[in-house]
Design a protein around this ligand. Structure first.
Ligand code: PLP
Length: 396
């Protein structure tokens, strides 16, 4: 790795765009021939930088991207001019014009979405059936999606005169990472009967849009593909985390059936900083706010340019270690907003400017987003997305 020079302080994220491409190809192979993939790049590609990751998955063959919002969709459109972009969290008042302008495909389920889109379509005199939308069904998560009870009323919006075309039916599997698969089975059964209802009301859709990373890696592609085929549809699955090289797990234990193929997914993100300065401590010297660490013997400690404002969880002070010279260096004392201190007593020759790894490999050691998640009682999705926007993302 060449030494980088920075206009900012040395705290940065490296994105391995080749790894993103490779991961997409691996996942597409697992989905094939049952389903195609929609690459989830919401929340700035899980903190991995949409501007780097969206073009990478497109190079690997992705024809669909999934973003949270219309705003993110507009951004994705600037870097990926010719793919389909699904805005998965609905359309807010005032946003339909941007949906049309950037050729986004909104997920809809609420009357307000139809009002917003139909008004904009009238204003631009959009042709009948010219605006594809994906209708989300609530199959038990009680988050987004129309309930089966309200489905007939919502379906009435789709008629031959309408500018809106029912292109996809979507639902979200909310427990695909649970090993017994009971909830997923119930959701797919509900989905199946909702599709029968939609069909009997005279509606057809091209895509059945179902399943996250856990569903894909948990072997649900054939089941979802079979449901789609029964209704003359094509299946579209929506992996997110797996694109970034991590397999969904529960409490650090792999919840996906052991007999399934484990694709060689590559972690995409490394998070690094550098040693700012060094000092020696004598017994009794304290470190950081409130003296939560007191040296009991002579020590050598390093100040590093990362703090909780960058996304390093404050509660990791005195409870986690980072990598320097390929070895573990414990975080000591409280983590400050912009700085932290590590113990390098047992690591010879640490100098200011030396690289420190928060997430990623160094020598034969590795720290993963899962390690951070386990240590802080959360999930890697949150670890990634709370690396602050001020931390520059650079492609490697
Ligand atoms: C975030 C999200 C996904 C991707 O989930 P992963 O677990 O990261 O694969 C898929 N579908 C929807 C609706 C989502 O919100």
């Amino acid at each position: 790795m060449p030494t980088r020079t920075f206009a900012t302080r040395p705290c940065w994220v490296e994105i391995d765009t080749q790894a993103v491409e490779g991961n997409f190809r691996q996942l597409a192979q697992i989905a094939s021939p049952h389903a195609e993939l929609l690459a989830i790049v919401k929340a700035d590609a899980y903190g991995h930088a949409l501007a780097l990751c969206a073009p990478s998955v497109v190079r690997a063959g992705a024809q669909w991207l999934g973003v949270t919002s219309v705003e993110e969709g507009a951004l994705a459109r600037t870097v990926c001019p010719s793919v389909r972009i699904l805005a998965i969290a609905g359309v807010f008042p005032g946003q339909a014009t941007a949906v049309l302008e950037h050729h986004l495909t909104p997920v809809v389920w609420d009357e307000s979405h139809f009002v917003e889109l139909e008004n904009a379509a009238r204003t631009v005199k959009a042709a009948p059936q010219s605006i594809p939308v994906h209708l989300e069904l609530d199959t038990g998560m009680s988050r987004q999606g129309v309930s089966v009870a309200n489905l007939p009323g919502i379906l009435a919006h789709f008629n031959t005169a309408s500018a809106l075309r029912l292109e996809g039916i979507m639902t979200h599997l909310y427990a695909a990472d649970e090993a017994d698969g009971r909830i997923t089975h119930e959701q797919l059964t509900q989905l199946d009967s909702a599709l029968a209802l939609i069909q009997s009301a005279g509606h057809t859709a091209q895509w059945l849009n179902v399943g996250n990373s856990a569903a894909l890696l948990g072997g649900q592609a054939p089941a979802i593909g079979a449901i789609a085929a029964r209704f003359g549809m094509k299946a579209l699955m929506r992996p997110g985390l797996a694109l970034y090289g991590l397999r969904p797990q529960v409490e650090g234990v792999d919840a996906i059936g052991k007999s399934l193929p484990t694709p060689p997914l590559q972690p995409v993100l490394s998070w690094k900083t550098r040693v700012v300065s060094l000092r020696t401590l004598k017994p009794g010297d304290s470190v950081g706010y409130n003296a939560t660490f007191v040296a009991s013997e002579p020590m050598r400690v390093a100040l590093i340019a990362v703090g909780y404002a960058d996304g390093l969880t404050r509660s990791l002070g005195n409870r986690f270690s980072l990598l320097v010279h390929g070895r573990r260096a414990p975080l000591i004392g409280r983590i400050s907003m912009d700085q932290a201190v590590i113990d390098v007593t047992d690591i010879p020759d640490v100098q200011s400017g030396d690289e420190v790894v928060l997430i990623g490999n160094q020598g034969s050691e590795r720290i993963t987003a899962f390690d951070h998640a386990v240590a802080t009682g959360t999930i890697p999705w949150e670890i990634f997305t709370r690396i602050n926007a001020r931390v520059p993302r650079v492609a490697v």
